[in-house]
Each structure stands twice: as structure tokens, then as C-alpha cells.
Design a protein around this ligand. Structure first.
Ligand code: UD1
Length: 408
């Protein structure tokens, strides 16, 4: 088990470049299975979840080559086989096999996906979509002779279910309408890839219209990771430093920048960069995590250490019980209370401590808290953080943090 050692209380200054988005790269990688040709996917982050996704599509015959940040995926000779359950259990994104394997082979063993278990994560809407396209459930398999276009109305926006529906619709026979779809930038990024592979996808305010086609190899560059960008901006703020994130899309960060504004931070926005620092006393703030363009649920654990200055409230409307990570911050002296669906963070005096990453974003929240607290801290289960952050030790060290990764 790897762990991060952190000597906190050091202000972080400088700039880092955002990596490609984990949540955009993963669906694109799985969706290559419905193309036939050679796909190029640029700016793919070298992180644990991506490595597992590559292994999963390689099991199905995809030939994958990484050249610097680009991934080349040759899907000309795919063959169905049941995926390895142990690989599937490592990442949540293995749920995308449901749509991509069913569409590519007419068969899919229902994936037992893993990833962060901060809340029950149902897949009923993914299954309903597969059945609407003509899939049939047979024990632990979904099968279909030919997927047919369908009208799908999701009762609430689900990133995962929208992604599976888009993948299936792209190659299903005829027209599909998807209502109640999720509008996250990673959903649009997946569509851009599918369109580059020949898909016919049109977004309107109330639905997505897809006309099925045979897809060739696609070519796209992964969008910058807005969650990672928010993470490094936060690292600068909580240490009373000043960090610039370059190569990001400030528009996608607007709900987070609004939080910084209400907190009293000094924020400078460029065309593809953001700089933030805290000059005055931070104010208490409330955060509501909501589907895009609302505040991203993945950034609420990252915001929690910021709220420990002056206190604040977190209400997550996407995952109502996503507050378990606060237990991992308790050893540092973070004071909080959780009632029904709201977490209250109280002004806290922090000290160094040892803890373990409870999940990906909760693990990064622990690293951020350790960066605030004077003295040496340890965050165990570092692999959990490395699943979704590219070179966090290097990036934080570059900003002046005293962070090392050890492998005892
Ligand atoms: C969600 C986030 C995504 C984030 C990811 C990891 C949103 C809308 N989605 O994506 O941005 O990257 O978590 O933190 O912010 N649901 C069902 N049935 C289903 C699928 C989902 O009821 O079949 C519910 C979930 O319980 C949840 C909501 O829909 O309350 C959103 O889930 P969904 O968007 O599918 O989650 P992820 O795709 O995992």
C-alpha cells in the first residue's frame, strides 16, 4: 500500500497545466468498441482508471498503443469474451461495457463495477435504456441480435446512463431520442468523439437526436479535467498561496469560481487559465452540488477543507449521502456535523495527522487538509488517489509542496 507523506503549512505558488479529464477519457476509451478502424485519443491522462479501461478493451481484441499523451486504439479485430470480473470491480467506468459491448457484439455480461463507493450507485436506468434498444436480459447477460433506435426518457439526469445510451444509439438501426439527458462536459466530449467516428448526433435543449450509423476510427483530444483544475486552485487557496491552472476551460469551472467569489477569493480568469488567491478573511459559504451546470459533486469533497476556515454548508443533490469522506478528515481536527442530507463544516483549528484515502475525491480532500495543517501527515491508500489524478506528487511539488509518495 502506497502512502503520501506531506509536510503542511507551506504556501503553494506557481502554475500547473490541467491533465485530460478522467471522466471524459474513460467513456471515450470504452466507446471505441463500437467503431471499426484506428482511433486516436489525444491528451489521455496516465492514471490508474485509464490503465484498467485499456486492459478491459484489450481483452476484447482492441490493440492499444500509447505515444506520449495520445492513445491509438485499433478496433479492426475485436472478439467477444466475458470480461475479467476483477478488472471490472476496480473501476466504476466498467459500467460503460454494458452499452459498448452490447452494441459491438450483441452480448454483454453484466459488469460488476467498482470505483468509489460513497453511496449506493444503481444502474437501473442503464439497463432500462439497453432494454429500450431491444436488449434482452438472460441471467447475468444482456443480449441483442440488432439494437434498434428508441425513445428514451430518463427520470433524472445520469451521466453514466446518458453515456451508455449515446454509445448504443450511435450504432443502433434508425433514430433515437434521449430526453432527460445529462449535460456534463464529459457527455459532450464523448459525443464529439463519436461524431468524429461518423456518428450523427444533435443536441437540443430538451433531447438528443441520434441516427445510427456504422462508425469508423475517430479522432479527438480529451477535454481538460475541471475537477483537477479546481483541486489545484484549492491547494493554492488553503495554503494562502496563489496558484494558476493553465490549459483549463474557465466556463466549465464557473460554478466553482462562483463559490470562490462568495468566499472572498481574488480570482483572475483568462481564456484558458484561472489564478486564485485569498487575500482577506474567508467568509462562510454554502455549496449545493447539482447536475451540470451546477456545482460538480466531485468538487464538494475538494471544497470541504476550504470551508474549514470560516465554516459552511454542503448539500449534495446528486449523491445525498456523499459525506463519508469527512471521517477521514476528522484526525486533522476538522469539525463537522451531518444532518439528514446536509454537512456543516465548522471553523476548525487543524493539526497534522495520519489518515487513509476513503475514495478518490475524499483522498484528495485528505491531502489538501494535510497541506493546510502544520507538521508531517500521512495519507495512506494512495492508489485510490492515483486512480484519478495524474502525477499529483509531481504537480504539488512543482508548486512548492513537500509531498512524497512512498511504497513501504
Ligand atoms: C456522477 C456525476 C458525475 C461524476 C460521477 C462521479 C452528476 C450528474 N453525475 O456520475 O459528474 O463524475 O458521479 O462522482 O453529477 N442514478 C439512478 N439510476 C441509475 C443511474 C444513476 O438512480 O441507473 C442516480 C444516482 O443514484 C445519482 C444520480 O442518478 O443520484 C446521478 O448518477 P450518475 O450521473 O449516473 O452518476 P455517475 O455517472 O456515476
Amino acid at each position: 500500500m502506497k502512502s503520501f507523506s506531506i509536510i503542511g503549512g507551506v504556501p503553494l505558488f506557481g502554475s500547473v497545466t490541467a491533465s485530460g479529464s478522467k471522466n471524459a477519457a474513460l467513456p471515450i476509451i470504452f466507446s471505441t468498441l463500437v467503431t471499426r478502424g484506428v482511433c486516436r485519443i489525444g491528451r489521455v491522462p496516465d492514471i490508474g482508471d485509464v490503465r484498467v479501461a485499456i486492459e478491459l478493451i484489450s481483452e476484447l481484441g482492441a490493440k492499444v498503443r500509447r505515444v506520449d499523451g495520445d492513445l491509438y486504439v485499433d478496433t479492426r479485430h475485436l472478439t467477444y469474451r466475458d470480461h475479467s470480473a476483477d478488472l471490472c470491480c476496480m473501476i466504476r467506468a466498467s459500467t460503460y461495457l454494458l452499452g459498448s459491448s452490447l452494441a459491438a457484439f450483441g452480448r454483454c455480461k453484466l459488469p460488476q463495477s467498482g470505483g468509489c463507493n460513497f453511496s449506493p450507485r444503481p444502474i437501473d436506468m442503464h439497463l432500462d435504456a439497453a432494454l429500450a434498444f431491444g436488449g434482452e436480459r438472460a441471467g447475468e447477460y444482456l443480449t441483442a441480435t440488432k439494437l434498434k433506435g428508441a425513445v428514451i426518457s430518463f427520470p433524472k439526469p445520469s451521466v453514466g446512463a446518458t453515456i451508455n445510451a449515446l454509445i448504443m444509439a450511435s450504432v443502433a438501426e434508425g433514430e433515437t431520442l434521449i430526453r432527460g439527458y445529462a449535460r456534463e462536459p464529459h457527455v459532450i466530449a464523448l459525443s464529439d468523439f463519436l461524431i468524429s467516428a461518423g456518428a450523427d448526433i444533435t443536441f437540443t435543449d430538451s433531447f438528443v437526436r441520434v441516427v445510427g450509423r456504422e462508425l469508423h476510427g475517430g479522432d479527438v483530444s480529451v477535454i481538460p479535467d475541471m475537477i483537477e483544475a479546481g483541486t489545484y486552485l484549492t491547494a493554492g487557496l488553503i495554503t494562502h498561496g496563489r496558484v494558476t491552472v493553465r490549459g483549463c476551460d474557465p466556463k466549465e469551472l464557473s460554478s466553482y469560481l462562483d463559490l470562490l467569489d462568495r468566499l472572498g477569493a481574488d480570482v483572475t480568469v483568462g481564456s484558458s487559465s484561472v489564478t486564485a488567491s485569498l487575500t482577506g478573511d474567508p467568509k462562510p459559504v454554502a455549496v449545493t452540488a447539482e447536475p451540470y451546470p451546477g456545482f460538480p459533486t466531485d468538487l464538494q469533497p475538494i471544497a470541504a477543507p476550504l470551508l474549514s476556515f470560516a465554516g459552511g454548508e454542503i448539500y449534495d443533490r446528486v449523491w445525498q449521502s456523499r459525506y463519508g469522506y469527512l471521517r477521514a478528515l476528522e484526525p486533522f481536527g476538522i469539525r463537522y456535523s451531518v444532518t439528514a442530507d446536509t454537512a456543516r463544516i465548522h471553523p476548525s483549528v487543524l493539526h497534522n495527522a495520519d489518515t487513509a484515502a476513503p475514495d478518490l475525491r475524499g483522498g484528495m480532500a485528505a491531502i489538501l487538509t494535510a497541506l493546510m495543517a502544520k507538521g508531517e501527515s500521512r495519507v495512506n491508500s494512495a492508489e485510490t488517489v492515483l486512480r484519478g489524478y495524474e502525477q499529483p506528487t509531481e504537480k504539488l511539488s512543482y508548486l512548492g509542496a513537500h509531498v512524497t509518495l512512498s511504497d513501504p
